[in-house]
Design a protein around this ligand. Structure first.
Ligand code: SF4
Length: 192
């Protein structure tokens, strides 16, 4: 069974796919414990893979995109089975991960890696985009892990705080070919 926090139909507010309608499936729990974490990923229900696939249809109809997020979605044993079942149902699956749990993902799965305390090099090598949280500093120590990978790398100011925004902009301007500012646009418009 999968541990679920919530599922809802909205738009992606961050990263490469900003503005894209998507069904969000937030799996419960995380293997890390970041001090700035403001995500409520507490367990609210257990659900079978089949029931999650059905719930996605119920929420999003023919919406092609499903975003698996958390917490850490790949920390759940059945996450691969869920990904396969969603793909078999015709969905394009995106996974938002902290990159600390190594899982083989099919090539058509979009992987966002946002490294925190630790990062598995296999997930760094697999990432389609990178999201670094700027919280009083730019965590540039992670950049080495993605060196040589031509993937969008977003600097996301924690809490959209002006000081963090300024740090992110300065860092992006200093590495214009590599880094860009990434904003949580859904928070500006009051959408979750
Ligand atoms: S990895 Fe992400 S979800 Fe997990 S505790 Fe850290 S910020 Fe929160």
């Amino acid at each position: 069974m999968l541990g679920l926090a919530e599922s809802f139909y909205s738009i992606q507010g961050e990263g490469t796919w900003t503005g894209t309608p998507a069904v969000f499936v937030r799996l419960a729990g995380c293997n890390l414990n970041c001090r700035f974490c403001d995500t409520d990923f507490s367990l609210r229900a257990f659900a079978s893979v089949e029931s999650v696939v059905a719930r996605v249809s119920e929420l999003g109809g023919s919406c092609p995109t499903v975003i698996l997020t958390g917490g850490e979605p790949l920390a759940q044993r059945e996450s691969s089975a869920l990904i396969d079942a969603l793909r078999a149902d015709g969905r394009r699956v995106h996974v938002e991960s902290n990159g600390s749990v190594a899982v083989d993902l099919p090539p058509d799965v979009w992987l966002t890696v946002s490294p925190k305390e630790r990062l598995d090099p296999r997930m760094a090598a697999r990432a389609n985009e990178v999201k670094l949280i700027v919280d009083g500093r730019v965590p540039s120590e992670w950049l080495e892990a993605f060196a040589g990978r031509d993937v969008p790398t977003f600097l996301q100011p924690e809490g959209n705080k002006p000081a963090n925004v300024a740090l992110a902009i300065d860092a992006a301007k200093a590495s214009p070919g590599r880094l860009r500012l990434g904003l949580q646009t859904h928070k500006f418009i009051g959408v979750r």
